[in-house]
Design a binder for this molecule. Sequence first.
Ligand code: PMP
Length: 349
Amino acid sequence: MRPWEENIRKVVPYVPGEQPRREGIIKLNTNENPYGPAPGVQAILRGFEAEELRLYPDPSAGALTEALAERYGLSPGQVFVGVGSDDVLAMAFLTFFNSGKPILFPDITYSFYSVWADLYRIPYERPALDEDFRIRKEDYFRENGGIIFPNPNAPTSLAMGLEDVEDIISRNPGVVVIVDEAYIDFGGESALPLIEKYENLLVVQTFSKSRSMAGVRIGYAMGSPALIKALSDVKYSFNSYTMSRTAIRLGVAAVRDEAYFQETTHKIKATRKQAAERLSHLGFVYPDPSANFIFASRPGTDAKALFEALKASGIYVRYFEGPRVGDYLRITIGTDEQMEALFQFLERY
Ligand code: PMP
């Protein structure tokens, strides 16, 4: 090894879902929204002027912070925005998980958590989900350096009741608890109202799923002014201009269109209900889905072989290797037509 190589930070990176260049595929593999962004977002892009790129953006992304604060009945000092919730979560790990004690998150969950923990050298423990893939709240009633879990969880799509979420928060007043609500607009109950009661609670959400803007990269955190100030201080010590002027404007337009948001999230929930029923008819089992995907397994069918066969026919879903999860496919809810194509394939298969 060359001497300088010893001092390289070694990380095993997170592996995102495939973004195939292939045209004409049915893409149900990365939990994107099949409907386009709100019409107001599209109108801004039609009138886009390159002049907008000349100036630096507002480092506080004030217009977007204010629009979000208004939408959720908060003050702007309770909102932090970033480049997708991945950016917000990475900043939150860096800001809040510094005690040297292990942080806690489930063994089966968003696989980026362990990557950030390794990157920042934060120790962690991963309590196992129970046999039905549920988070056992009691596992989080012990000494730790912080807690993070998604609700609904990924890739299981299972939501935890708000009372159980609150139990975890109230039993952990000494650390920051992050509830990652990337999928909350599709089901489950948000912990947002609890930020008024618990100064150590951070709720993180995203524009990538329910607002159909994964390509723009907008995520946000909501919490007490003390948590938001701490996050902002770290962000300004890292990169002041995280959000482009365009992203800020598009984000504001998306938040303002409540009707479109309601219409599209309802459509996805209706399609999910039908898809769940059809999967049952075909012999699949799955945890009760609350996100915009279903985590399904068919006893007796090799999930990996099915994943490969689907892919060969142009239908992309997500497969994770590993104990327990290796028997399942994570299927994003697409349009009714896309789901029909999936089911026709499954019936033949
Ligand atoms: N949290 C969870 C649980 C997710 O599944 C994802 C999507 N990969 C994210 C956060 C990050 O999404 P984004 O950065 O697009 O907001």
